[in-house]
Design a protein around this ligand. Structure first.
Ligand code: NDP
Length: 426
């Protein structure tokens, strides 16, 4: 059984960003970056200057226009190639942010972290590092920068989206508020929405398809157990009855917060992640896999090298474009079983987010919204000193209460209910 971890305490250390107070630099102007920028613009008392940069100027400028129209706030836009440390360093030196929010792609994490180290600026991201040529994500290389961040006196918060991110905070909150020890965690993620496309992913198609087609792992009694990918025979799934959304087929999936939670909730007996997929979606994945169009190995095509997955990404709908007629809701939460004063109980902590409401508020669908609001709130935590430390952190290592309170005020409230634990096997 898990004892309360010292890791969950906030390590105190001086903050040292060489920066302009209230200035934020957001890198990445896709579906998620758009939400983060809009939400910063809704909080100009905290974010007095907002800079948004991406590989080309069109998307940042379109977001700038939308923010001006909706909120009357002017943001600054920039071009940066975040695969190049020099360019990111130059941009940071130019705009002097207190914090950099990386909502570009996982491929850029290490470069942007290095730039933050060189300029001594706080760093936040929402997805862990992944090399472009290998569909495999893990925290190893980002965690390895802990000493450097400590030495620089700045903080890196990893995986501060919804899942990872808020899901980690829900676990930390359950441990802080309801339990002495935590035994089982099941994270459940439903997108009960409809977007009128035959097939589309809700965030970057390349990253999304790489993630969901991997061999599945879950954590049990100190070991990682492998099961087949979601679209293969033998995949593990069951119908979970989500609040508001109702029963939905939910598939066991390896998700990145599992790596840090298994480490930071010591003694945790079992950790599983479940996500809803429809049969139509799975069929598309099967066809893509069968014909090899999701391959990340370059092929020769008419005298050129092309990566089939990159070509596929170019064909699929831009996730931001789904927002217009998206209906329905997302439901994401953690079912946590723990013990308090010798009594075992189970809490379900979750958020419900409505695609149409988020579209009205910031022009985005709920998957972008649930991923884009938390890094803005994480930046508030850093800038206000509520999260205060130097080094590399995952969200469950930081105080969940001010984070969850601020999320509630900024569009992502949470509910806590008692319920039965999920069965051991489904
Ligand atoms: P998009 O593809 O919509 O947006 C990515 C943005 O980054 C685009 O503006 C893109 O520019 C830009 N970009 C890509 N490469 C570079 C580069 N080298 N230099 C500068 N800018 C670059 O992705 P999403 O908005 O859907 O996702 C953003 C991130 O959020 C991803 O890492 C994703 O994994 C993460 N995410 C996290 C979630 C969570 O809950 N934790 C949930 C959903 C997503 P261009 O358009 O020109 O290519």
């Amino acid at each position: 059984m898990a004892k309360k971890s010292n890791n969950l305490a906030v390590k105190k250390a001086p903050m040292r960003g060489v920066n302009n107070k209230g200035t934020v630099l957001i890198i990445g102007a896709g579906g998620v970056g758009s939400v983060t920028a809009h939400k910063c613009a809704m909080n100009t008392k905290v974010f007095t200057k907002i800079h948004l940069a991406s590989r080309s100027i069109e998307k940042p400028n379109a977001i700038k226009k939308s923010i001006k129209k909706r909120f009357g706030v002017t943001i600054q836009t920039h071009v940066v190639d975040a695969d190049k440390v020099k360019q990111v360093v130059a941009l940071i030196k130019k705009v002097k942010p207190e914090v950099v929010i990386n909502v570009a792609l996982p491929y850029q994490d290490l470069v942007i972290m290095e730039a933050c180290l060189q300029t001594k600026v706080h760093y936040i991201d929402t997805a862990n590092y992944e090399p472009k040529d290998k569909a495999h994500f893990e925290y190893k290389q980002q965690w390895a920068l802990d000493k450097k961040f400590k030495k620089a006196g700045v903080m890196a918060v990893l995986g501060a989206g919804f899942d990872p991110g808020v899901s980690n905070a829900y676990c930390a909150y359950a441990l802080k508020k309801y339990f002495d020890t935590v035994r089982f965690v099941d994270i459940v993620d439903a997108n009960a929405g409809a977007h009128e496309k035959a097939f589309a992913t809700n965030f970057n198609p390349e990253i999304n398809i790489r993630e969901v087609t991997q061999v599945v792992r879950h954590f049990e009694k100190g070991k990682w157990i492998e099961t087949p990918p979601i679209m293969n025979a033998g995949s593990v799934h069951f119908s979970f009855d989500y609040p508001v959304a109702g029963p939905k087929e939910s598939y066991l999936l390896f998700h990145e917060e599992m790596e840090s939670l298994a480490k930071n909730l010591p003694g945790l007996e079992r950790l599983r992640f479940w996500m809803t997929f429809g049969e139509n979606y799975l069929n598309h994945l099967r066809v893509m896999r069968n014909i090899g169009i999701d391959s990340i190995k370059p092929i020769d095509f008419q005298g050129k090298k092309i990566v089939p997955m990159e070509f596929l990404k170019a064909l699929l709908p831009d996730p931001a474009s789904l927002a217009t007629n998206y209906s329905g809701k997302t439901v994401i939460g953690c079912i946590v079983t723990g013990i308090k004063d010798g009594q075992e109980s189970t809490k379900f902590i979750y958020n419900i987010c409505d695609h149409a409401k988020t579209f009205k508020e910031v022009g985005s669908q709920a998957v972008s919204y649930t991923a884009g609001v938390p890094p803005m709130v994480a930046a508030m935590m850093l800038m206000s000193g509520k999260w205060n430390g130097a080094g590399v952190y995952n969200v469950e290592q930081l105080d969940p209460e001010p984070f969850l309170e601020s999320l509630s005020r900024n569009g992502l409230p949470y509910e806590v209910i008692d319920r039965q634990p999920l069965p051991d096997t489904v």
